[in-house]
Ligand binder design. Structure first.
Ligand SMILES: *Cc1c(COP(=O)(O)O)cnc(C)c1O
Ligand code: SF4
Length: 346
């Protein structure tokens, strides 16, 4: 594990793919056949399950992420996050389609408001990578394409509520949207005097580091708003040198960088991996923020880690890491004023 991480992060920045992020995004692997071929996995073993899972939630993996997966290793922790399996077709009691009940919190089209001071703006329904464990795998993405009227309504809603001081770009993955759209949102939001911060929840600096381009850095550093980026990394092998370089550029542009992870069986359910992840994040200029307890999403029970096991892992982290590298173990529950911390010493 350690050895593999070390070899992966030694790729020199000069080896960086010079294609634009848009080109890389459209060149993503989107079929089980291609994925198995690229990663030298036996189709006789993996193809039928991958096809079944893919029918429920399409496979999508961008090239820069693919390059960090070790070919021929079905247990690779990055592969596990993207390879569809027949286990996804199992329905189990307690595993539901919308565990967060987000549909009930839709304030106007595209705006989710659960907490008093911050509102979540669904900039786009698309993602650059489809993570098999995602609680949004059942979300009706296409319902969220915003018309000019929706946009006006969102801005009016935000402008009329002075309690809101932070807007979170979410999705899907908001950085799949182009910088023209994003900068025009940022500009409109900056025109609302009670809004201080813009937060961006994204996996793109990890899956396509080239997304951190001049035009993104340009509008971010020009904005009046303080910008916070919450990236989403689950394993230290996701943080290669290209990603590190992208994160350093964001930091130099004044962005506060935080990370959220989901606890996932077979990916990061050991104290060693979680501790290496925190250390690697810090090397990249990022502080761990949340570790999300597993949500019972239909089709993702094979990633399930019990709350007791998750608590035990975080207690082990407390014993080995400085406090600022220990993520908060939380769960999103309906009708709570914010994320709910799991009691570690209960
Ligand atoms: C997680 C979440 C937020 C942000 O919560 P923080 O604790 O501030 O990170 C905001 N709105 C919704 C709906 C969320 O699920
Ligand atoms: S990038 Fe985020 S929203 Fe998109 S599939 Fe992955 S976890 Fe879900």
């Amino acid at each position: 594990m350690i050895q593999r991480t070390a070899t992966r992060i030694e790729a020199r920045p000069s080896d960086r793919d010079s294609r634009s992020w848009q080109q890389l995004l459209s060149a993503s692997v989107t079929t089980p056949e291609d994925l198995l071929r690229r990663l030298e996995l036996d189709p006789d073993i993996w193809l039928s399950g991958a096809t079944e899972g893919h029918r429920l939630f399409p496979l999508r993996v961008p090239e820069p992420y693919l390059q960090r997966i070790i070919p021929g290793d079905p247990a690779d922790p990055l592969l596990r996050q993207v390879l569809p399996l027949s286990a996804e077709t199992d329905t189990r009691s307690g595993f539901v389609r919308d565990p967060l009940q987000e549909r009930d919190s839709m304030q106007t089209t595209g705006l989710i408001r659960k907490y008093q001071s911050r509102a979540l703006l669904m900039v786009t329904g698309q993602c650059a990578i489809n993570c098999r464990y995602c609680f949004r795998r059942h979300f009706p993405y296409d319902e969220h394409r915003l018309t000019p009227e929706d946009r006006a309504e969102v801005l009016a809603t935000l402008g009329n509520d002075t309690r809101i001081n932070e807007v979170i770009f979410s999705g899907g993955d908001p950085l799949v949207a182009n910088d023209r759209l994003l900068s025009s949102w940022a500009e409109s939001l900056a025109g609302i005097s009670h809004i201080r911060r813009l937060r961006i929840h994204t996996r793109l600096p990890i899956v396509i580091p080239q997304r951190v381009c001049e035009s993104l850095l340009g509008w971010i550093s020009e904005s009046r708003l303080q910008v916070v980026m919450v990236i989403h990394s689950n394993h230290p092998a996701e943080l290669d040198n290209d990603t590190r370089h992208a994160l350093e550029r964001l930091k130099a542009a004044g962005v506060t960088l935080l990370n959220q992870s989901v606890i996932l069986k077979g990916v990061n359910d050991t104290a060693r991996v979680l501790s290496d992840l925190s250390e690697r994040l810090f090397e990249c200029g990022v502080l761990p923020y949340y570790l999300h307890a597993f949500d019972p999403v239909e089709g993702a029970h094979h990633f399930s880690v019990s709350d007791d096991r998750s608590r035990e892992l975080v207690r082990q982290l407390i014993g080995t890491l400085p406090g600022f590298l220990v993520p908060k173990l939380v769960r999103e529950l309906p009708d709570q004023p914010g994320k709910t911390p799991l009691d570690l010493f209960a």
